[in-house]
Write a protein that binds this ligand. Structure first.
Ligand code: FAD
Length: 401
């Protein structure tokens, strides 16, 4: 029996292998990852770990000896280079080949880069790996000027960490507001105001034309006719799924991810995909989607393992994510479009509020900002028809909605 091979040793992979063992699978398991580290959580890399409040040990999913004690063979620091589906083998960068009965692709995603002059200058960073966060952490230790290209989650979290460390921070966002595509104008404005209140020079509606440098190191960012001075730059313009291996093996895979069904299986029943790389059919939403969030990697990792064991579960949950910026903590559940009407409950200026996105009078998504232990209740409201006046009234308890 060849057992299961998991390619990509990130968060989803850690939960594939853990669930297989928890559910009693005794077949061989091999975990192949091109990073030298064992699986770790990435959210702290732009938050506590970057700020120095979370230790290196705290980011790892399992203790160092967990893989040995759970009989999981690890091939860290090794890249999977080719899948032969007819032979059911995977070739690795060290020249060896692994056979499999089941193959799980958890190859994640990689930061997009800006295809503009100067993007390879020293001091121009992206943030995905522990080593990226280490590099940035070194930079935040000096009082410098940081320019963040892209006002998405990672860009804004790094902007917050840098302001807290005392750096001068400029954020350049192409859209009219940061996070506009996810949150819509009303709630995006809360994040814009938060950063401005903390001294960030937030410029919207601007695109990066290139980077200026001296002696190989970045000195500024060109926007329009102007150069914004910069000692360091973080490019946070999104991430693309790592689909090359799957596509080369003839599986349906493109910029939307590796196409899988609600059991996370590709058209080849021996090959599954989970986490950031998976474009999976969600049965409660009724369409496929790729979700680049922590909760999704954990749940899909577990689901892929249960699919291998024939337990029959489906991808049927609402997406969930969170962020921490300065003193704002937020959780979001559901899936809305940015132009869905939003109903606020509580005053954003107070720092504590809920937001609901509706379509056809049904709740599609909800967010809690600095109000805790309510996200499960918000999740229950998704799909329900609720009177907007009652949603917004703090006199109506959440339980009664
Ligand atoms: C800085 C940062 C902050 C984040 N903060 C949040 C947050 O606050 N909230 C939230 O919900 N989500 C957050 N996320 C997103 C979350 O971390 C991801 O959704 C999650 O890590 C996805 O897990 P994954 O296992 O699918 O992919 P990954 O964690 O990317 O793991 C994939 C692994 O596969 C490896 N790999 C790729 N190709 C190969 C190959 N051919 N051979 C071997 N190995 C390969 C990669 O190098 C990588 O190690 C954040 C992400 C980042 C980068």
């Amino acid at each position: 029996m060849a057992g299961t091979v998991v390619i990509g040793a990130g968060l989803a992979a850690a939960h594939v292998v853990a669930t297989l063992r928890e559910e009693g699978d005794t077949a061989p398991i091999t975990l192949v990852g091109d990073e030298v580290d064992r699986p770790y959580e990435r959210p702290p890399l732009s938050k506590g770990y970057l700020q120095g409040s979370a230790s290196r040990e705290s980011v790892f999913v399992h203790a160092p000896d967990w893989y040995v004690t759970h009989d999981v063979t690890t091939r860290f620091g090794t890249t999977a280079t080719r899948i032969d589906r007819s032979a059911r083998t995977v070739a690795l960068s060290d020249g060896t080949t692994l056979g499999y009965d089941h193959l799980v692709l958890t190859t994640g995603s990689s930061p997009r880069v800006l295809d503009v002059p100067g993007s390879s200058l020293r001091g121009v960073h992206t943030l995905r790996r522990l080593s990226d966060s280490d590099d940035l952490r070194d930079e935040l230790a000096r009082p410098q000027r940081l320019v963040v290209a892209g006002g998405g989650w990672i860009g804004l979290e790094v902007a917050a960490a840098a302001r807290l460390a005392g750096l001068t921070v400029t954020v350049l966002e192409f859209a009219a507001q940061p996070l506009l595509r996810v949150l819509g104008p009303e709630v995006a404005a809360v994040f814009a105001e938060l950063h401005r209140a903390h001294g960030v020079d937030l410029r919207t509606g601007v695109g990066v034309d290139g980077f200026e440098g001296s002696a190989g190191r970045v000195t500024g960012v060109r926007v329009g006719g102007e150069v914004v001075p910069a000692d360091i730059v973080l490019v946070g313009v999104g991430a693309a799924p790592n689909v090359e291996l799957a596509a080369a093996a003839g599986l349906a895979a493109d910029s939307r991810g590796v196409l899988v069904d609600a059991h996370l299986r590709t058209a080849d029943p021996a090959v599954l995909a989970a986490g950031d790389v998976a474009n999976a059919h969600n049965t409660s939403l009724g369409h496929s989607l790729r979700v680049e969030h922590w909760d999704n990697a954990i749940r899909q990792g577990a689901l892929a393992a249960r699919s291998i064991l024939g337990r029959g579960d489906e991808y049927d949950w609402q997406p969930y994510f969170y962020t921490d910026q300065y003193d704002l903590g937020m959780e979001y559940v559901g899936y809305a479009d940015s132009d869905d009407p939003v109903v606020l409950r509580g005053d954003p200026a107070s720092g504590e509020f809920l937001a609901f996105w509706l379509r056809d009078e049904r709740v599609r998504a909800a967010m809690n900002v600095n109000i805790w232990d309510v996200n499960d209740r918000l999740r229950e409201l998704i799909g329900r028809r609720v009177d907007p006046a009652r949603l917004s009234s703090q006199d109506v308890p959440l339980e009664d909605l």
